[in-house]
Design a protein around this ligand. Sequence first.
Ligand code: FES
Length: 210
Amino acid sequence: MPSPFEVLGVDRGAGEEAIHRAYRRRVKDAHPDQGGSIEEFRLVQSSYEALLDGDREVESQSTDRTADTTLTTDVEFVDYEAVADNGWALNDPDLFEKSRAAGLHGTDYGRLTVGREDPLLETVEQCGHSWPYSCRGGACANCAVAVLEGELSQPVNHILPEDAIERGIRLSCVGRPMTDSLKLVYNVKHLPSIADLRLPPRPADRRSSD
Ligand code: FES
């Protein structure tokens, strides 16, 4: 079993910045869409988290989470493009009432149930939706969502500045629901404060991601 250092390709004395850089490089190569595998992708993620936690050994490729997997979260979502097209504001307290009443298409507004241990983006895709993404590893802002109610975890984040996090911006590819319900706006990559943090889409993904 390789050590976390070997997985990320960094020296044992590597500092946090070098570990961040190595992770950003490795997580893209390890992604199944880039010729890697789910096991490799998870190993890179768990190695990175272990090094940040100061843990020098990763005993298993499994993430070994012990939370109650029966808990679920009711997620209500609306597309930022629909919000902008209708002239609504993200901080409008009636945003979701307006979205419900507007008769938006099912891709623009809807609800779904997400397991408490499941990454949001993965579940959304399993439900047939195509939300934006690029790296799927916390290294860009293409998958950003604005959480207006509830909380989405952020175990990995190399890109969002503190002020964006304080405004409720989260990364849907790595975020897992932490509350019984969530209200969020997806596709906020177009927000001026987020746009510069995006990665360009991979050619094969242009239809469903950018
Ligand atoms: Fe890059 Fe989520 S797709 S951080």
